[in-house]
Design a protein around this ligand. Structure first.
Ligand SMILES: CC(C)(COP(=O)(O)OP(=O)(O)OC[C@H]1O[C@@H](n2cnc3c(N)ncnc32)[C@H](O)[C@@H]1OP(=O)(O)O)[C@@H](O)C(=O)NCCC(=O)NCCS
Length: 154
């Protein structure tokens, strides 16, 4: 995993977001994505102190994204998000590994002691990724299942 830069901008990333299988459990499915919309997205994320965006790579190829978002220094919390865009790579443990790396990143930040993540209740794979990484179900809110994990940072 590498911190995101403008170099991640590609048609491949745009194609993932326009693929109904990839976004079927996300609000992203209701929008048409373009290189320009992704440029705006990444520009905003790079400028946002409450976000750390990462590219996920396999053998040098960009295959997905992960984010520590909604970083809240008062609540000492952050939200974990992830997407493996290359469908042929699903089910090989990549998202589980990426979330493990995101957890390690949150520990390095020192002040984060609560990680949260939301998934559509039907997104069995995503929920499994969270459970495998020690997240517990907290509540159902706005049709999303919310999970949390306490982080020891001392
Ligand atoms: C959901 C997603 C992140 C899973 O990524 P992945 O790399 O395939 O996940 P892993 O290989 O680490 O799988 C973790 C576990 O979930 C299981 N799993 C993955 N996809 C599954 C599916 N569709 N149905 C049932 N189980 C699934 C795996 O078998 C594995 O379980 P196991 O270790 O007990 O065998 C990936 O499919 C994806 O990016 N989808 C589109 C975007 C998305 O939904 N992001 C999450 C938003 S909350």
């Amino acid at each position: 995993m590498k911190p995101a830069t403008m170099e991640l901008l590609s048609n491949r990333w745009v194609d993932w977001l326009n693929d109904p299988d990839v976004v079927k459990f996300s609000n992203q499915r209701n929008r048409r994505h373009t290189l320009e919309s992704q440029r705006e997205f990444i520009t905003a994320k790079l400028a946002d102190p409450a976000s750390r965006l990462f590219g996920i790579f396999l053998a040098g190829e960009h295959i997905g994204m992960a984010e520590l978002g909604n970083i809240d220094t008062r609540r000492c919390s952050a939200e974990v998000r992830y997407l493996i865009g290359e469908k042929k790579l699903w089910g090989q443990g990549i998202a589980s590994f990426a979330v493990q790396k995101i957890i390690e990143e949150s520990v390095r930040m020192k002040f984060v002691n609560l990680l949260e993540a939301g998934a559509a209740p039907q997104n069995v794979g995503s929920i499994r990724v969270l459970e495998k990484n020690g997240f517990d179900f907290v509540e159902q809110r706005n049709e999303i299942s919310w999970f949390a994990k306490k982080i020891k940072n001392f």
